[in-house]
Write a protein that binds this ligand. Structure first.
Ligand code: URA
Ligand code: SF4
Length: 206
């Protein structure tokens, strides 16, 4: 089972977004509020691909609108870009979580779920035609660049890939939030901003 059978032929990005709401390509839709499809200009100079929607994204229906999204917004602002100029998406479109008391804790998607969901991302990439594809975090990077990809070692470097003219990866913005103290957070943020700057340097300006 994959998302492929839910994809309408020759659909526009808007039609794809609507169709994703009815996707049953894996079981993740069962416990999620809605599918969170990518958002941003089409075409776009740069496309950022995270892991999956989080708690806030699941409720609001847009990618990167929670704490990780704030880190991303601040980092983009530091290099003179803003989120309206980039297409934001995720390798998996439904929030996978487990209950911990009243909280919904993010759970890593499994490779069957990532593979099942990939047809949506493939369609998005074909519509967005980004100059630069930047994977955010190990899950996205390994899904798109291969299981042996090591974000910590290969971050910020161009990777050979036919997904886009320039393809690279960096850490997930939520990892900045998990830093152990303020100084570690400052350094993690700085390194994240540096990778974003490298990525945008390959993009035509949106
Ligand atoms: N983390 C992600 O990977 N994607 C989102 O959209 C939000 C948080
Ligand atoms: Fe479909 Fe992806 Fe949601 Fe699974 S996670 S149901 S493949 S949209």
């Amino acid at each position: 089972m994959t998302a492929a059978e839910y994809i309408p032929p020759e659909a526009s990005i808007k039609e794809l977004r609507e169709a994703a709401q009815a996707c049953r390509g894996c079981s993740l839709w069962e416990h999620a509020t809605q599918a969170v499809f990518g958002e941003g200009p089409v075409p776009a100079p740069i496309m950022l691909v995270g892991e999956q929607p989080g708690d806030q994204e699941d409720k609001l229906g847009s990618p990167f609108v929670g704490p990780a999204g704030r880190v991303l917004d601040e980092a983009l602002e530091e290099i003179g870009w803003n989120r309206d100029q980039v297409y934001l998406s995720n390798v998996v479109k439904h929030f996978k979580w487990t209950a911990k008391g009243k909280r919904r804790i993010h759970q890593r998607p499994r490779s069957v779920e990532i593979n099942a969901c990939f047809p949506w991302l493939r369609e998005e990439i074909a519509r967005v035609e980004p100059d630069v594809l930047l994977c955010l975090g190990a899950t996205g990077a390994q899904a798109l660049l291969g299981r042996n990809f090591k974000v910590t070692q290969q971050r910020g470097g161009l990777v050979e890939s036919d997904l886009a003219p320039h393809v690279l990866a960096t850490v997930h913005p939520s990892s900045v939030l998990r830093s152990r103290d303020d100084e570690a957070r400052r350094l993690a943020k700085k390194a994240f901003v540096k990778d974003l700057k490298i990525a945008t340097s390959y993009a035509r300006r949106g």
